[in-house]
Design a protein around this ligand. Structure first.
Ligand SMILES: *[C@@H]1O[C@H](CO)[C@@H](O)[C@H](O)[C@H]1NC(C)=O
Ligand SMILES: *[C@@H]1O[C@H](CO)[C@@H](O)[C@H](O)[C@H]1NC(C)=O
Ligand SMILES: *[C@@H]1O[C@H](CO)[C@@H](O)[C@H](O)[C@H]1NC(C)=O
Ligand SMILES: *[C@@H]1O[C@H](CO)[C@@H](O)[C@H](O)[C@H]1NC(C)=O
Ligand SMILES: *[C@@H]1O[C@H](CO)[C@@H](O)[C@H](O)[C@H]1NC(C)=O
Ligand SMILES: *[C@@H]1O[C@H](CO)[C@@H](O)[C@H](O)[C@H]1NC(C)=O
Length: 444
């Protein structure tokens, strides 16, 4: 019990102390600024400005050792295909500036799959390059004064839905193996697939962004921290077709071999809506492991699922040391879910004996109205989910509901939870000490 107590203490200390949302100094202003106009860009929404963006960023590379530089995008509608950022760069979109992604798939370069996935996630083989890319960068800021980046996803959603994609869909922003990344003060619309995808990154701060994609847009996701660490997401509003925020870390044998977890992530003060998916999802691609995550002070609404853990046989990896706290939910079909039967495999080379671990998941201080299923927990028979801890939760269940809890192959404990949980959540476990640490459950 003492071990578990120390574990949680170190866990929440680490999540808070290691900087994350409490310790994010504002980025220093850049000593040099150039406008995209100086590179011949035309903001009429029709002229393709890719060369202007590429040339401007190439020119700004020379300021990397002089404090970096800012690329200023003035009001106007700037059509472009994919371009790459550079280190020590700020991309700044003025109020009234809209960057539009070119809709023609023939405009999009194809790049190699990510090593932790082994193939494109939607179609085997390569992937279309994202609209705005970074590879092995340091100190990148993508910000503005309410500027908009519109991924123009409609054409991509149609290709996806009609099974006509030749490669997996692009994202709006993808930063690979980069450090010290800030994304803020912008609006993202209509992502072809994800809006913001940091993968193999460290020290990522995403704040004050608004992300939206229509409810019917297939599998659109807002922010996907993927095999990344020290990520803070705060003060955002995200409304998407599938998941609002999804934490991932690679796919089956490729993710296990790559072995890079997503850890030390702090999510707070966000409003999330996920029409057909989950407002906060873990997995199902989690083969590199996901741990030490704090989600607090969040409002979740009008969604199929609130907080959902997804995995399956063959994934390996783990999801552990997760704290979900101070949650308000409204109009959510399933408030909390964990399933060991969700997802697909990249190919037939996965190891069916690679069993995922799900352990030390804490839900506390939650209220909800118009909830249909309070909790749906289905662990793997060969690898039950352990230490699922619930405390101080009051969900008001609607009349549609038949059974508020569905539980199998899980072990955990609950305290002050309404409606009354399944017996599987009444086993003695580490929860006893984990929950009492917070001091809000002194009656236990
Ligand atoms: C952008 O970077 C990718 C790899 O990260 C590379 O394949 C591509 O050629 C680059 N594009 C340009 C225009 O430099
Ligand atoms: C959020 O960003 C907008 C511009 O997009 C800005 O006007 C506003 O002050 C920012 N709010 C905070 C709290 O940073
Ligand atoms: C996909 O590939 C097929 C066959 O090569 C080709 O006819 C089609 O134009 C391609 N579609 C796109 C969107 O690239
Ligand atoms: C975002 O806007 C806020 C409020 O105007 C400002 O304090 C902050 O520095 C801006 N962020 C960036 C990265 O410019
Ligand atoms: C209750 O939530 C469901 C979604 O689970 C939604 O379809 C329904 O409209 C909500 N009812 C009310 C009265 O808001
Ligand atoms: C649970 O919430 C409902 C309103 O949604 C309230 O009427 C009830 O008193 C609450 N129960 C507890 C034990 O707090």
């Amino acid at each position: 019990m003492l071990v578990a107590l120390l574990l949680l203490l170190s866990l929440s200390n680490e999540v808070r102390v290691n900087g994350l949302c409490e310790h994010n100094p504002a980025p220093k202003p850049r000593p040099h600024t150039v406008s995209i106009l100086e590179f011949g860009a035309v903001g009429d929404g029709k002229t393709l400005n890719t060369i202007a963006f590429q040339n401007a960023i190439f020119y700004l590379k020379s300021f990397a050792d002089k404090g970096g530089a800012q690329l200023y995008v003035p009001p106007g509608t700037w059509l472009t295909k994919s371009f790459n950022l550079t280190s020590h760069l700020t991309l700044f979109l003025e109020k009234g500036a809209v960057i539009l992604g070119s809709q023609d798939p023939f405009h999009w370069e194809v790049v190699d799959p990510l090593p932790s996935y082994g193939r494109g996630v939607e179609v085997p083989g390569g992937r279309y390059q994202s609209l705005i890319n970074g590879y092995m960068l340091d100190d990148v800021v993508i910000t503005g004064n309410s500027g908009i980046i519109d991924g123009m996803g409609l054409a991509w959603w149609e290709l996806f839905s009609s099974h006509s994609l030749n490669y997996s869909r692009p994202h709006i922003i993808e930063l690979v193996a980069s450090d010290h990344v800030v994304v803020s003060n912008l609006t993202f619309l209509n992502a072809p697939s994800y809006s913001i995808h940091p993968v193999y990154c460290s020290n990522v701060h995403i704040y004050n962004v608004s992300i939206s994609a229509p409810p019917e847009s297939p599998y659109t996701i807002g922010i996907v921290p993927d095999s990344s660490d020290h990520v803070c997401i705060e003060d955002c509003v995200i409304e998407t077709g599938y998941d609002a925020i999804a934490l991932k870390s690679g796919w089956d044998e490729y993710g296990i071999a790559y072995g890079r977890p997503t850890e030390n992530v702090h999510i707070r003060r966000v409003h999330l809506q996920a029409s057909s998916g989950s407002t906060v999802a873990f997995g199902s691609d989690m083969s590199g492991g996901i741990s030490n995550i704090l989600v607090e002070n969040v409002y979740l609404y009008n969604s199929r699922s609130g907080i959902e853990f997804r995995t399956m046989r063959g994934r390996g990896g783990y999801i552990k040391e997760i704290v979900i706290s101070e949650v308000e939910m409204e109009n959510i079909y399933t408030a909390m879910a964990a399933t060991g039967y969700c997802g697909s495999h990249p190919d037939d080379k996965f190891d069916p004996d690679a069993l995922p671990l799900l352990d030390h998941i804490i839900f506390q201080d939650m209220i909800g109205t118009n909830i249909t299923v309070a909790g749906s927990f289905a662990g793997l028979q060969e690898s039950p989910f352990t230490n699922i801890c619930l405390s101080n939760i009051n969900l008001s269940i609607n009349a549609v509901s038949s059974i508020p809890w569905e539980c199998s192959n899980i072990f955990g404990f609950s305290n002050s939870v309404l409606p009354k949980p399944c017996p599987d959540l009444e086993t003695l476990s580490d929860c006893l000490s984990l929950l009492s640490v917070k001091g809000k459950t002194s009656d236990m």
